[in-house]
Write a protein that binds this ligand. Structure first.
Ligand code: GLC
Ligand code: GLC
Length: 812
């Protein structure tokens, strides 16, 4: 069952019914101002930080779901009926409905009582505002007299405080209404120098800014009193719940169309120029007024929308493919690339599943997100790397999260997730291979943002590696700390108190429990460090990293190999986790993927054995589960992993983030069929046809698909903000299609399904466009490369001084 279709030419997913199984989201904004928007116009907006600078309120877990958003009401003033053209919140039965989810914009169109309404929502590039462009058209053969009411509910900036601190909040709300523009200025009188504004292109019949006046006492958003009666109350909010609503009346002749523009935006004044006149309490609007005037002009809106479209043209052009598989093409060329941008921007902070309050930017998450993004805008990746590294601690350790607004590490969560530091090595080396910008390694970057502690970025990488070496356990494997990649494998928590955070509770000293996964990650990172040192001609460093990699590798083979697969860990009693000898949780996906990606067991056969075991024990038609058997009860010594019911999340769910590691591992062993088969199992486009089982958006990856132990096997949750986006992108583009950046040039080493006759790709790398055509001449993965008509040795295209390079690759 499908709820829409892909419009590949328009680069949109078209949702054809409003009551999708879950709200199907999209994101707006690319740099500082962001909003999430559902297919029925639900969602919220924020400036940089979904917690600290929230503009509007949103109630996800409401009944009905997805309440609060960018709602417009239309009222037939002759018949005194009203409806929501985006379906929510009135949920009238619409005669026709579509929602087009596009790149940074959402267009919701509907017809009701022969009034066609189409609203396009987007954030112009480099602006801190969003535009709602409403086009109305009268399909009746008589004049329509309509009232239009806009509506949003302001958040009092700190979303956490907004949702809890009512004794204060009910008193602080303040607005100004001037020339038909609604300004939200709660706390502007004291320490804030920012405000929000909500403007409309038309002359107003009225407005409202107090929620109760608009809705009426004890009424909800589906039935506002003002809309019902057809007359705004001109209410001014003093405390309680400030909202923004414009009331506009229009008369539309038969066939007539009308465009109405609404702007919602964020603006900051210099702290010493907050008020106008200076000794008043009135917002200084001199800076913001020209911006508002500019975007209330329809021509400027069209220009801004065109600029957004060409921005995406440029970004997507960095990598385009034509393969025999449409789901591969669609995800690589468009949706997966797009999702990588969104995860890069927002990490795990704000989605339908993440309230935007708790997480900020994850350290390990952001480093991984960068892997799928770096080729798009290397300069932004560079800036991100420096931000992340500046939160690193002198010990080489890392805050698990940091706030995007302050860029400071989050003390509430703290540190000691022992895998965290190593991911920095992967992101930095990915950036270096993509950009060739070795200077970044000499950038002086502080520790924990402390002035005076600056050291070159390269030193940060060295400390990241050292951090692991200084924390080895009884078997010589890395100590796990609070958790490794699997946030829920909490081997030192021993938490028996309800409500205690598994992430921050540590009841054990942490000197025993070890992670084979971190060991694998360490080897991978050490290999990267050795390769980097080689490029920099640091011979002693090359030897050092080769040595530590080799030692760790033999430790893994000695203590981390369970006979047919890699062990997961040793717990606080030094007992095995992820071993045949365990009652439950006998085999885990993570160490298989990570150790093989690090090259362990590739030649000696263990890698193939481990993948065989993954296939036998973990692979399902809906993807590969985290472990088997699932934990049937809570184990104090294992932590949160066993807190989830079997088949969900970290307890044997299909945690999609890890699946690409197995795809990469299969590709490293030359198994193109298997790698691509796994790729398709979780590919959202390929799962579109089972929309009633999958339930989440068919255009983006979810974090998790319920595993085979779950009652709802195959059901996806936590869409959008997941490391799955970056890793799938890396798996398909770097390893299956095999086009990957190296220090010396672009490498072409496809490991594709045998039945593919080949594929075409266009990749922009260091400013050069490579037109690559791959043809299969035999069943294998050996590559012969011809560059500009000349056969070359090996499979790395040398860096040439040209704008376009033609490459032919023959597989045999
Ligand atoms: C979530 C976290 C990520 C973690 C994963 C597995 O996706 O954001 O950091 O690795 O869960 O626990
Ligand atoms: C990760 C996990 C989740 C866990 C959370 C704790 O996101 O996916 O299961 O509860 O971390 O913050």
């Amino acid at each position: 069952m499908k709820y829409g279709y892909f419009d590949d030419t328009k680069r949109e997913y078209v949702i054809t019914q409003p009551d999708t199984p879950l709200p199907w989201l999209n994101y707006m904004g690319s740099q500082a101002y962001f909003g999430l928007i559902s297919n029925t116009a639900g969602g919220y907006s924020f400036y940089r930080d979904a917690r600290l600078r929230r503009l509007t309120r949103y109630r996800y877990n409401n009944a009905p779901l997805d309440m609060g958003g960018r709602y417009i009401y239309l009222r037939d003033d002759n018949k005194a009926t009203f409806w929501s053209p985006s379906w929510q919140p009135t949920r009238n039965k619409l005669d026709h409905y579509t929602c087009r989810q596009g790149l940074g914009y959402t267009t919701i169109s509907s017809t009701y009582a022969q009034i066609e309404a189409s609203t396009r929502y987007f954030v112009p590039l480099d602006e801190t505002l969003e535009i709602w462009e409403l086009n109305l058209s009268n399909q009746r053969n008589e004049t329509a007299a309509l009232s239009i009411f806009s509506s949003i509910e302001f958040c009092l900036w700190d979303a956490q405080d907004d949702a809890t601190n009512y004794q204060r909040n009910f008193n602080t709300g303040q607005v100004e209404i001037e020339a038909g523009i609604i300004y939200h200025k709660t706390e502007y009188r004291e320490r804030r120098n920012h405000f929000a504004y909500f403007a409309c292109s038309e002359a107003l019949t009225g407005f409202d800014t107090q929620r109760e006046a608009f809705l009426g006492p004890y009424r909800a958003w589906d039935n506002p009193q003002v809309v019902e009666q057809g007359q705004a109350g001109n209410s001014e909010a003093h405390g309680w719940s400030p909202i923004g609503s414009h009331h506009v009346k229009v008369k539309l002749e038969p066939g007539e169309t009308r465009r109405i523009i609404f702007l919602l935006g964020y603006y900051e004044n210099p702290p010493d120029q907050k008020f106008d006149p200076p000794n008043s309490q009135i917002i200084n609007k001199q800076g913001v007024k020209p911006i508002i005037t500019h975007y209330l002009n329809g021509d400027h809106v069209q220009t801004a929308f065109a600029a957004l479209a060409s921005y995406w043209d440029k970004l997507l052009a960095k990598f385009q493919v034509a393969t025999p598989n449409e789901h591969t093409n669609r995800m690589v060329n468009l949706w997966n690339a797009y999702q990588c941008m969104v995860t890069f921007n927002l990490s795990r902070s704000a989605s339908f599943f993440e309230s935007g309050i708790g997480r900020g930017m994850g350290y390990r998450d952001s480093n991984q997100d960068l892997l799928g993004f770096v080729h798009k805008i290397p300069d932004r990746a560079r800036e991100r790397i420096l931000d992340i590294a500046a939160t690193q601690l002198e010990s080489g350790g890392a805050y698990h999260q940091y706030q995007p607004l302050t860029k400071k590490g989050n003390d509430a969560i703290g540190s000691n997730f022992n895998d965290d530091p190593l991911w920095l090595v992967l992101s930095v080396t990915a950036y270096l291979k993509e950009s060739g910008d070795g200077n970044i390694l000499d950038e002086m970057v502080p520790y924990d943002n402390q002035a005076g502690s600056e050291q070159p970025l390269y030193e940060h990488l060295q400390r990241s590696m050292q951090y692991t070496l200084e924390r080895l356990g009884p078997h010589g494997l890395p100590l796990i700390g609070r958790a490794d990649w699997n946030d829920c494998l909490n081997l030192n928590a021993f938490s028996a108190q309800p409500g205690e955070s598994f992430q921050t509770t540590t009841n054990k000293e942490g000197k025993v429990a070890e992670s084979v996964f971190i060991a694998g990650l360490f080897v991978l990172a050490a290999n990267e460090m050795a390769a980097l040192a080689r490029v920099r001609n640091l011979d002693a460093e090359v030897r050092h990293y080769q040595d530590v990699a080799k030692t760790m590798q033999s430790t893994i083979m000695e203590h981390g190999w369970d006979g047919s697969w890699f062990l997961r860990a040793y717990d606080d009693f030094s007992d095995k986790v992820g071993s045949k000898s365990c009652a439950e949780g006998q085999i885990f996906i993570e160490p298989q993927g990570m150790c093989i990606m690090a090259g362990i067991g590739l030649e000696s056969g263990e890698a193939q054995q481990a993948l065989q075991a993954v296939n036998e024990h973990l692979a399902t038609p809906h993807g590969i589960v985290l472990h088997q058997p699932a934990y049937s009860k809570y184990y104090l010594h294992l932590g949160e992993i066993s807190s989830y019911p079997p088949g969900y999340k970290e307890n044997a769910g299909i945690f999609c983030h890890t699946n690409p590691w197995i795809m990469i591992a299969e590709a490293l062993l030359g198994n193109g069929n298997m790698a691509h088969d796994y790729y398709l199992r979780i590919n959202p486009s390929a799962r579109e046809v089972i929309g009633d089982i999958h339930r989440s958006e068919p255009y983006v990856y979810p974090q998790m698909i319920a595993g085979r132990d779950a009652a709802t096997f195959g059901e996806a949750k936590n869409s959008w903000l997941t490391g799955t986006a970056a890793w799938n992108y890396v798996a398909i583009t770097h390893w299956i299609l095999g086009i990957r950046p190296t220090y010396k040039g672009l490498q072409v080493a496809p490991v594709i399904p045998q039945e593919w006759p080949g594929f075409e790709a266009s990749r922009i790398f260091r400013g050069v466009t490579y037109k690559i055509s791959v043809k299969r001449g035999g069943p294998g993965n050996k590559v012969s490369l011809t560059v500009e008509g000349q056969a070359i040795e090996g499979n790395v295209i040398p860096l040439l001084d040209k704008s376009e390079v033609i490459v032919e690759a023959m597989l045999w």
